[in-house]
Design a protein around this ligand. Structure first.
Ligand code: COA
Ligand code: AMP
Length: 635
């Protein structure tokens, strides 16, 4: 086993040598000669003359290695009371034939395909089928409303949308097809095909000329082989929330992604071919892409697709059941899921019904893990609990205890050490390096390692402005934090307008656009405040137009309904606070960070640029009077 320090140092001092070596773990069709070069945008590009296919690496390669009969995918759905499992050979068969369906619809290399599906095997099959052809998939989380879907349709301009007739949330059946029909009415871009996988829980009406039945096409399709693709060819676009209401299309290449994920499975998660890896997330998020679908399959593991929730499907013991039934070796989920379990079963009494003896480690990410939940997990599970940090943009962990390199002691509240390849630094606003324990902006010195985003779909300038301009020579993560004297990193939260609600990344700007559209609202700001269950929840501060007489309860109901309709229920936008004016800098920027700190009762510095400091008192009073946030509880 290489030790962490040696690997880390080598990855920064000799990155080309380091990653050339890691690239040999991947079965390329054409091995790369160029390890680190520049792409047409002048950006760092890994393995640019290599050729490969991610669907081949995830499936065919393992069959060639003799693992055809090993289980590749287990589907467990407590919401529909069903399970299924696919060996590598069976999954390859399904993927190859579905790729045949796509090919029969003239979908080929470079075409975009939107996938709007719940957690069912067809979602994974669809992703891998696109990858097989070199079509670029863009999975949209099933909780997003029609308007959000329409924004993504217009940005990705897909040839086809692949969907299921419905999703199931606890006992609610959510029809997807009407949402797609509505999105297509809003969007300017029009598609050629909408393939619908009909589920018995709700059968979709197929009235549009572009509607196609999944199963009928599958019945007559012929399997197709994977095509050879340049390393830099996009594998997928995944939209993520940024500072503005318009989401950013994070692009992932094929080559860097395959090398990075393969490296991470062995060296970070310490899991091997034949073992069982479970990431309880959703295919609509980056965790689902990297660690439900591609990572475990690249590594020859068995992966689990769970269509349920940590609680009430049927109880707070569901996660323990899955871990036991499928002998899971390594588990990964969001801390919010455990907060939900702990709330319902504080003593973890349901755990005693299950055998978790195969579980070696638990990884958590997506939001900060509060020390109390962290200690609870360590105590009840008796295995290492590893809080690790990453983002949609990086595609794989930036900081972690690398269990395959050095299973060092974790520290509560810290995401541990930078992963090999990531030169993580903490800098001041003027980009000066800070000392140990000093809090500042968390940045990554360029070049980023393989697997990270090379651009924003269709808008390279936005990529440069969002990530590379503020701290020249560094990638700007958008997170604040510090590094302690042992080199452990602490992530203290976003420094921009991105919030994290129950592990779901959202933009306050996205919600502000909706709230501002209400005829009674003159001005508004949405802030993410701390919540003991969901980590953060959004609250809207609204200034009502002069002369408008509207009862506040009614306005709140209407705004909540608008955000549910235009963004999605998962945004958990439930409260508003009426204010007479918003706190702004002299240049008109709303001081969301300061408000957040006031409401969370955290220390803050009075910004020098504020136009009228008295306004902060008014805001604090408004939150107190409405009983919102920790400030109200302390009142
Ligand atoms: N499709 C449609 N609606 C969805 C949805 C989806 N995929 N996901 C969530 N929603 C809806 C819910 O039905 C709910 O609607 P309601 O307000 O009408 O009840 C609303 O969005 C809020 O959902 P959620 O945030 O999931 O809260 P909850 O109280 O229903 O459940 C948890 C709480 C903790 C169980 C849930 O948030 C959870 O499982 N979180 C983990 C998230 C995760 O894995 N993130 C991945 C990051 S690694
Ligand atoms: P996403 O792109 O949805 O994965 O969200 C990325 C953001 O989630 C990061 O920029 C952080 O703000 C937050 N995040 C992810 N993992 C962690 C973690 N382990 N600790 C604290 N914040 C985290």
């Amino acid at each position: 086993m290489t030790d962490y320090k040696t690997a880390f140092r080598r990855s920064l001092v000799h990155p080309e040598e380091f990653w050339a070596e890691q690239a040999t773990s991947v079965a390329w069709y054409k091995s790369p000669g160029s390890i680190l070069g520049k792409d047409t945008n002048g950006n760092d590009a890994w393995f640019s003359d290599g050729e490969l296919n991610s669907s081949y690496l995830a499936l065919d390669y393992h069959i060639e290695q003799g693992r055809g009969d090993q289980t590749a995918l287990i589907y467990d759905s407590p919401v529909t009371n069903s399970t299924a499992s696919y060996t590598y050979s069976e999954l390859r068969g399904e993927v190859a034939t579905f790729a045949g369906v796509l090919a029969s619809l003239s979908i080929s290399k470079g075409d975009r395909v939107i996938i709007y599906m719940p957690m069912i095997p067809q979602a994974v099959i669809a992703m891998l089928a696109c990858a097989r052809l070199g079509a670029i998939h863009s999975v949209v989380f099933g909780g997003f409303a029609a308007k959000e879907l329409a924004t993504r349709i217009d940005d990705a301009t897909p040839k086809a949308i692949l969907c299921a007739s419905c999703g199931v949330e606890f006992s609610n059946v959510i029809a997807y097809k009407p949402l797609i029909d509505e999105a297509l009415q809003i969007s300017e871009h029009k598609i050629d095909h909408c393939l619908v996988y009909q589920r018995p829980e709700s059968v979709a009406e197929m009235a549009n000329p572009w509607d196609r039945d999944w199963d009928s096409l599958l019945a007559v399709a012929a399997p197709v082989d994977p095509v050879s693709l340049p390393s830099s060819h996009p594998l997928y676009i995944l939209y993520t929330s940024g500072t503005t209401g318009k989401p950013k299309g994070v692009v992932r290449d094929n080559g860097g992604h395959a090398v990075a994920l393969t490296y991470s499975m062995k060296n970070l998660y310490n899991v091997a071919a034949g073992e069982v890896f479970w990431a309880a997330s959703d295919v609509g998020w980056v965790v689902g892409h990297s660690y439900i679908v591609y990572g475990p399959l690249f590594a020859g593991c068995t992966t689990i697709l769970f269509e349920g929730k940590p609680v009430r499907t049927p109880d707070a013991g569901t996660f323990w059941r899955i871990l036991s039934d499928y002998k899971v070796n390594v588990f990964f989920t969001a801390p919010t899921a455990f907060r939900a379990i702990r709330k319902e079963d504080p003593e973890a009494s349901l755990l005693s019904k299950y055998d978790l003896s195969h579980l070696r480690s638990l990884f958590v990410a997506g939001e900060r893990t509060d020390p109390s939940t962290y200690e609870w997990l360590r105590e009840i599970l008796g295995v290492p609990v590893i809080d690790h940090w990453w983002q949609t943009e990086t595609g794989w962990p930036v900081a972690c205890i690398p269990m395959g390199l050095e299973p060092a002691e974790a520290k509560a509240g810290s995401v541990a050490m930078p992963v090999p390849g990531f030169d993580v630094q903490v800098v001041s606003e003027s980009c000066e390096p800070l000392n140990a324990d000093e809090e500042g902006a968390v940045v990554i010195k360029l070049p980023l390692p393989p697997g990270c985003l090379p651009t924003v779909w269709g808008d390279h300038q936005r990529y440069v402005e969002s990530y590379l301009s503020e701290y020249p020579g560094y990638y700007h993560t958008g997170d604040g934090g510090y590094i302690d004297s042992d080199g452990y990193l602490y992530i203290m939260g976003r420094t921009d307008d991105v919030i994290n609600v129950a592990g779901h990344r959202l933009s306050t700007g996205q919600m502000e656009e909706v709230v501002a559209a209400h005829p009674a609202v003159a001005e508004c700001a949405v802030v993410g405040i701390e919540d003991k269950d969901k980590g953060q929840v959004p609250v809207g501060m609204v200034v009502i137009k002069d002369g408008v007489n509207i009862e506040l309860g009614r306005l709140e109901d209407e705004l909540v309904a608008m955000v549910r309709k235009d963004v999605g229920a998962f945004a958990s936008f439930k409260r508003i606070v009426r204010v007479l004016r918003l706190p702004k800098t002299r240049s008109g920027k709303i001081l969301r960070q300061v408000i957040r700190k006031i409401v969370d009762t955290k220390p803050y510095e009075m910004p020098a640029t504020i136009d009228d400091p008295a306004i902060l008192e008014e805001i604090a009073d408004a939150f107190k009077q409405n009983g919102i946030g920790y400030i109200a509880q302390q009142h």
